[in-house]
Design a protein around this ligand. Structure first.
Ligand code: MIC
Ligand code: SF4
Length: 647
């Protein structure tokens, strides 16, 4: 049996372990991406490990989330990042350039290479044949230093595409259809590899939209082959020399297979407030809307905006609607301006805002209570827009534009217009003034890192105690995202580099008393349902609870990146052996574990509920490496002790 493309790339980068699904492997990382709200911690960890020069072939730091610098702390973070990037050997993308994933695609992606990024949508570049994985900041700091990235070898699942999209159906509808089928929990432990005749009908940017949002399936990553169509993209963006063909073997082995006929996909919408609550747009057509947004790393590319511009040309945004666009790339915006498409958008009354994550992460354009927001972005977790009880619907850019004209949710097939094609840019200027190169090693030795008062790291956790006890401080339901645990929005994002301060906001929207209670009780436990910690890669959802003294989370299941983050910061990721025990626990119950160290080794725990007088069993899913680092108090202490493995 031949090899899949994912298998080939992982194999060619393997430094430790056996490529058996479920067992831990370490791979060499070629490229590292960080952004402004995870990057400060990445560089702080990097410094704390004691590394002084980047060891990966390429590292880039993107100032893309806090672009508006609405608080002085944002610019302070940017100054720290820019100076640290230059000194330690990373590129820096200024807060003007656009969203990191798309800028990385346009300037740095190379088919066949590996990347880790401190952001969950790092699989973006999987659309051009890379193995690109989102990870917590501490894992990324290790990879940036040149150490291996360790993860559990996923199952490689083939998504076999046939047919061709009909007019008005888009790449976004393909990934929404996959979310409808697979769900936000279904991708855990999988890499999705796309093949089949349908692949040839999708251009590189359409493929990227799909791999980007494969994150919402909970997958490790997603990948398309790098073929003639990918080559066309690399030629257009001015980097033809960096294209390589990367294909699976004809008789490639896959652990599973899903078939998808593109010609059967219709315009779809994810209802509030999960990306897999997907129904056909026509089921909710006619719903009154107040706000429409197109942008984010999923839908802010040239192809998306040009399609919207073509729909809006000669039309007007409905008087009751605010239509906002956040372009993903300023270079692409420049081209749209030259070609006149920006003018078409402006004339129609579209608010073309900064190239930034912006509203996607709740920075600006926060909806008013009781309003409906229709967005061509990737996530609609409740509260993420900045409004606690928001109503955010996820759609394609085409459906968003049709809705903006009509004022109500609209199936784009019903407007009297020819469907725009997905069109790629004719060029992307590689001479980008917003990309700042790293200093040479010689110059770097003379440079200082700028550290303002908001740069406040947290000390690593102590070694794991054999006996731990504490109160259940909060009990939450299924599918709690990191946006619930460590919310975003402008007010809180200002403190990503200041752990004592940001820890005041843990579970802030669910229970504003959580942080004060945790501090007062000297920590305790969190009880969660299925898929605890889904969504972002933000390690603050583990790091800030660690700072508050949280000992562990007992859940029915964990999302991939959050599970690693808990372990990396020395928190126990406990799984109910019998999920029914979840119902027997209440906030305020005092729990005790008396032989923690041995239990970690055996991966079996007996937990005593001292308040209610019963015991129950929990397990953990840990690799040998994770057991060691958990006992030491986390990955930072472990790496300091063992050095950078795989270098
Ligand atoms: C997100 O989309 O939730 C973010 C903001 O990009 C996060 C990163 C973060 O919270 O720092 C992600 O996806 O990892
Ligand atoms: Fe930015 Fe949104 Fe993409 Fe996260 S999902 S990187 S916040 S655009």
């Amino acid at each position: 049996m031949g090899k899949s493309l994912a298998h080939k790339i992982v194999e060619s980068h393997l430094v430790s372990g056996e490529m058996k699904p479920g067992s831990e492997i370490g791979i060499k990382i070629d490229q590292v991406l960080v952004q402004d709200i995870t990057g400060t911690q990445v560089f702080l960890h990097f410094e704390a490990i004691g590394i002084n020069r980047i060891g990966a072939r390429l590292a880039v730091c993107y100032a893309d989330h806090n672009v508006l610098q609405v608080k002085p702390e944002n610019m302070e973070d940017h100054l720290y990042l820019q100076s640290a990037a230059k000194k330690f050997g990373a590129w820096y993308s200024k807060a003007a350039n656009g969203i990191g994933h798309q800028i990385h695609l346009e300037h740095f992606a190379v088919p066949g290479e590996t990347a880790v990024g401190a952001d969950s949508h790092t699989p973006h570049c999987g659309g051009v044949g890379m193995i690109a994985i989102g990870a917590g900041g501490l894992d990324v700091a290790v990879a940036m230093g040149g150490g291996a990235y360790n993860f559990v070898m996923p199952r490689i699942v083939n998504i076999y595409l046939t047919g061709e999209l009909k007019p008005w159906s888009s790449a976004k509808d393909i990934i929404l259809e996959l979310l409808r089928r697979i769900t936000i929990r279904g991708g855990l432990g999988n890499i999705y590899e796309f093949s089949g005749p349908g692949v040839k009908t999708l251009n590189a940017q359409q493929r990227v939209t799909i791999t980007n949002m494969g994150t919402e399936l909970g997958a490790t990553t997603s990948i398309f082959p790098s073929d003639e169509i990918t080559r066309d993209f690399f030629t257009r963006i001015g980097r033809p020399g960096e294209w390589r063909e990367m294909l699976p073997d004809k008789d490639a082995f896959y652990d599973d297979r899903i078939e998808l006929d593109l010609s059967r996909i219709e315009p779809l919408v994810a209802l509030p407030s999960l990306p897999d609550k997907v129904v056909p747009v026509n089921q909710v057509a006619g719903t009154k809307v107040e706000q429409v947004i197109v942008g984010s790393c999923t839908n802010g590319a040239y192809a998306d905006l040009k399609a919207v511009a073509k729909i809006m040309k000669g039309k007007q945004v409905h008087p009751d609607i605010n239509f906002i666009i956040h372009p993903a790339s300023r270079m692409a915006l420049e081209l749209l301006a030259e070609e006149g498409f920006l003018t078409d958008l402006l004339k129609a009354g579209v608010n073309v805002a900064e190239p930034t994550c912006g509203a996607c992460i709740g920075t600006g354009h926060v909806p008013a209570p009781g309003t409906i927001s229709v967005r061509a972005i990737n996530r609609n977790f409740r509260g993420r827009s900045g409004l606690k009880d928001d109503q955010v619907y996820l759609v394609s850019p085409e459906t968003a534009a049709a809705t903006a004209i009509a004022g109500v949710i609209t199936d784009p097939r019903t407007i009297n217009l020819k469907a725009p094609e997905s069109e790629l840019p004719s060029r992307i200027n590689q001479d980008n003034p917003n990309l700042v190169p790293p200093a040479s090693a010689e110059e770097a030795a003379r440079l200082e890192v700028r550290r303002g008062p908001n740069i406040v790291p947290a000390a690593p956790k102590d070694t794991l105690q054999d006996q731990i006890s504490g109160e259940i401080l909060i009990k939450v339901e299924d599918d709690i995202s990191t946006d619930h645990i460590m919310p975003a929005s402008a007010e809180i994002l200002a403190f990503r580099s200041n752990i004592p301060k940001i820890s005041e906001f843990v579970f802030y929207r669910l229970d504003p008393t959580f942080s004060a209670r945790a501090r007062e009780k000297n920590g305790g436990f969190i009880v969660g349902g299925e898929n605890y910690g889904q969504g972002s890669s933000r390690e603050h959802a583990a790091l800030a609870p660690m700072y508050l003294g949280i000992k562990g989370v007992i859940a029915k299941s964990f999302a991939r990146i959050h599970h690693s983050n808990l372990v990396n910061f020395g928190l126990l990721p406990l799984l109910f052996e019998d999920k029914k025990d979840y119902d027997r626990l209440s906030p305020g119950d005092v729990l005790e574990i008396s032989d923690c160290l041995d239990s970690v080794d055996k991966m079996n725990f007996t937990i005593t509920n001292k308040s209610k007088g019963f015991t129950f069993k929990a397990k953990v899913n840990l690799t040998a490496r994770q057991k060691e680092l958990l006992k030491l108090g986390g990955l930072l202490t472990y790496t300091r002790k063992t050095g950078l493995k795989g270098k």
